[in-house]
Design a protein around this ligand. Sequence first.
Ligand SMILES: *Cc1c(COP(=O)(O)O)cnc(C)c1O
Length: 815
Amino acid sequence: MNYTVQQIAEITNAQVIGDKNLLIKNIAFDSRIIYSTKNAAFIAINTQKNSGEKFIESAVDRGITVIISEHQYPQFENITWIIVKNSVEFLQKLAQHHFENSNLKSVGITGSNGKTILKEWLYQCLWNEFPTVKSPKSFNSQIGLPLSLLQINESHQLGIFEVGISMPNEMDVLENIFHPQIGLLTHIGTAHAANFYSEEDLIDEKIKLFKDSKVIIFNGDNILVNRKIREIYSSKKLISYGFNQHNDVTFKNNISKNEDVVVTYFDEEITFPVHQRDEATLTNALALITVLKELGISNDKIVDKINALKAVEMRLEAIEGIKNNIVINDSFNLDLDSLKTALQFLNEYKKSKKSLVLTDIIGVNTNSKELYEEVSELVNEQHFDNVFLIGEEITKFKDLFKSKTFTFIDTQELIDNKYLIEIENQIILLKGARKFEIEKLKDLLELRKHDTVLEVNLNAILHNINYHKSLLKPSTKMMAMVKANAYGLGSYEISEFLQHHHINYLGVAYADEGVELRKKGITTPIVVMNPEQHSYDAIIQYNLEPEIYSFRVLELFYEAVQKSGYDKKYPIHIKLETGMHRLGFKEYELDQLSQSLEYKNLKVQSIFSHLSSADVPSEKEFTLKQLEIFEKNSGYLIKNLGYQPLRHILNSSGITNYSSHHYDMVRIGIGMLGESANADIQKQLQSTVSFKTVISQISLVENGESVGYSRKYKTDHLTKIATIPVGYADGIPRLIGNQIGNVGINKTLAPIVGNICMDMMMIKVDDIPNVKEGDTVTVFNAKPSLKEFAEYCKTITYEVLTSISPRVKRIYIKD
Ligand SMILES: *Cc1c(COP(=O)(O)O)cnc(C)c1O
């Protein structure tokens, strides 16, 4: 976009206070990821749950001078205000105007599953055919779609936008601002179906998007979808795809066989090799082909493009590097959009020094001077300490970059040069076109090299937190339990992420865990659940808040506060015993407790208790009793205190099962990691943790031979055995050997055979087609799931996670 403040005000009927002639090219809605303040405005978005206005201050701190808001805050000086009636409606109106005045060919994707992957695939196939704009990620459509549309500029010829809805009537608003020429309806599944009366209602709502479309491409395997679209949109060009042979676009041959697949597109045939044969991937491939055909791409090109598609790794990985660096690896593709996204991602890390490796941008048709001017502007805003440029094109524009800049013809030259590996204590962003293979730099800079990793998906954690939040009143606070190294996943990394997403409290078990977080820069309030006697000084020094569960702890902690010279009321959290019989004050102690607290220089920040069986449906009666005791005893204590501390009692399963007892705060743990004992809730959560390794060796073992220690497995035919480099020292219990447990390869389970060794184990891979050395093995994630793995181990998911040895490398991914 490119509007003056005055134009924006005219389009949206807003009021301007300040400079009407300023030019706005970019609207930021998240004050934390403002990557450029030039020609940018910040919009304070108010939703039912949140007021964006509290972030105006941080946007101003970052240098923003134009604010779009429902209210003016005169305390900020030299700001131009665009005052609007309703921030969300403002965005929608501006986006509608912007879209309708662009000359863009547009694809609108809706459906329950596969939207994001199809959008990314289409983008990968099309961005070097036409200048293309797309939705950056899959955020909330009511706000995300308008923000995406506002990214359209004059040079774009094609726009690919994802439109998700979860509630009835949402599509009316969205269709009003965005009417795609080509409508694409992916699979309709049960996601969000709960908010609709019936599947039919859900379909009706989704296909409203296509009211003004010329062409509708849809998955015709769903009979109801097929019927509805043909009924409602009979006058449009309709193309159905799917496995079912009645579709216009389908597979000719048996796709389960290990050969090239043949797609019939009306009366044409297109043959291409596939690498993944699962149903979802193949269905998406049909949709992709259909859209590419519709956009006039030739069959030969389509085959080439599909061959070039890797499984979409559209994620940025953050890796622990050598010399205390953090390495952000985004070596998959490079274009302006993805450069922006990567720069935003960088801003989320608090390292003061940073370096960038950047290559030529390949395959865009624009004038290269203009292109690299824009690139250098984006890069200069970030004030990198070093910039390493690779490639013949970009190095010509070296002088545009204001940092200390080095130039190289190719990646190997940079590796040979050794500048890069001298960097210490920085965040290093690797951003390059695929051709340059800068992932080689990642190998060079990565700290430990292990094939075995525990991969933690931070996006999934956020999804799970937001799901639980959606069950709470907006005013209810949330504490995230990050005890025991955040259930084994990495206490600092998880806490840093949660802090960034405004979690209200963190909970740790021991003071040391809290001290470590403070030392690394976590400032969110931290409660220590088991404050040990020797740790009180550290607690006070590092501003941690202890759980006080007995008179002994109360007296000793109070003494420590007095000795420390702390002169305000020190925050503490009172734990009540309500039936768990672990820690806490009992009912008969409450009078004495109130008296003790009265004359002490302590502030009761919260009163809480813990449910023993919130996840056990058959113990509902007991749980209700616990809740009743809590209500009564906390109420009694509050009356005596004369002020209102926060009250909280629910853990993750409590949040979902006892929704009328959220009180002022809830304490989430396993739920944020995507686990629930309740099957319906489980469906709404995303799996967060993936424990992966690779096959070290495959052997054909003759009939009658034995495998592993003590000869516990004997073959009864010529058997294919794979050895993988994880064992009981990595946290895999030895008791799941001997065919009790399984691991997953290519989504198929393979049994563990023989005894598990300290660092290795053997699995039987007879039934896995095409298995080869170096293939990825899933210890747990999707198949087997964490829950299934815990069942093999005869334990609960919590113990599985906390048992994974520290030597297994943790890596963190975010979109
Ligand atoms: C660990 C813990 C929680 C979180 O429990 P989940 O079952 O993982 O949600 C909540 N409260 C307290 C006191 C805890 O120790």
